[in-house]
Ligand binder design. Structure first.
Ligand SMILES: Nc1ncnc2c1ncn2[C@@H]1O[C@H](COP(=O)(O)OP(=O)(O)OP(=O)(O)O)[C@@H](O)[C@H]1O
Ligand SMILES: [Mg+2]
Length: 234
């Protein structure tokens, strides 16, 4: 069997339009084998092969043993669980990036269940990169929160929500972004890796800036295919 590096999970948390999908799409651009659970159809719009039924998804994945970008445009718990099963096996066949958008609609805040639980708890030896988005920290299930390699925290609206996530990662509430397209990146055991992060757009492309841990100066940042910001020690 080929040896693979361990997988990783990055969770993007923030209100709608805060800037969660922007970095996720940037990571997708840098990878050639990507499967998205795409309730809003936005990856399909980017040119992913669009699948609307389980049958279509199954066929598309079966025919894609190498590079390929596939989006499952669906929005039900059953469809999500099916996607998780497919994602587990497709990544096992060959390392892939797995995007799970808008998790709160299809998972519970408690224990990660069934195929989703298996994907985030048991697929890491097969080296996937899992990118998950959710609007509120309270909606992230325990398995995901515990296994996440990093949290990308974007705009929070209420003190309640900002306080929750600040408490989870052990920082003051003033650290949590309250404006659109601002972010911080945090890793368990390491703390805040990037603060005062900001996204701007030029010619339709996002540009990232932020202050790396141990520095006081904002610098341009680029996202690597691993989902990590280049030059930042994770
Ligand atoms: N290419 C682009 N050029 C200019 N603005 C953009 C571009 N892509 C996204 N934006 C803007 O950036 C903001 C964040 O978008 P993004 O899709 O990352 O948010 P999100 O947190 O994923 O939101 P949602 O909950 O709607 O999925 C939005 O206001 C959006 O209009
Ligand atoms: Mg989004």
């Amino acid at each position: 069997m080929e040896t693979r590096p361990d997988g990783s999970i990055i969770v993007y948390i923030g209100i709608t339009r805060s800037g969660k999908s922007t970095p996720v799409k940037e990571v997708c651009n840098k990878n050639s084998r990507v499967l998205a659970y795409d309730p809003k159809g936005e990856y399909a719009q980017l040119g992913f092969v669009e699948c609307e039924t389980r049958e279509q998804l199954w066929q598309a994945l079966k025919n894609t043993t190498g590079p390929g970008k596939i989006a499952f445009v669906a929005n039900s718990r059953k469809d999500f669980q099916f996607w998780c099963d497919c994602a587990y096996n497709w990544n096992r066949q060959k390392q892939a990036v797995l995007v799970a958008e808008e998790l709160a609609n299809v998972t519970n805040a408690g224990k990660a269940e069934d195929n989703w639980g298996r994907l985030i708890n048991q697929s890491m030896a097969f080296g996937p990169l899992i990118l998950a988005t959710v609007q509120r920290g309270q909606e992230v299930d325990k398995g995901l929160m515990n296994n996440a390699s990093a949290l990308h925290i974007a705009q929070h609206q209420t003190d309640d929500d900002a306080g929750y996530i600040a408490g989870k990662i052990g920082v003051g509430m003033e650290m949590i972004p309250r404006e659109q397209l601002r972010f911080i990146v945090w890793r368990g055991g390491k703390g805040v890796l990037i603060r005062n992060g900001q996204v701007t757009f030029a010619n339709n492309k996002p540009k990232f800036r932020g202050i790396k841990a141990g520095s006081n100066r904002a610098v341009p940042l680029s996202i690597e295919k691993t989902g990590r910001f280049k030059g930042v020690e994770y």
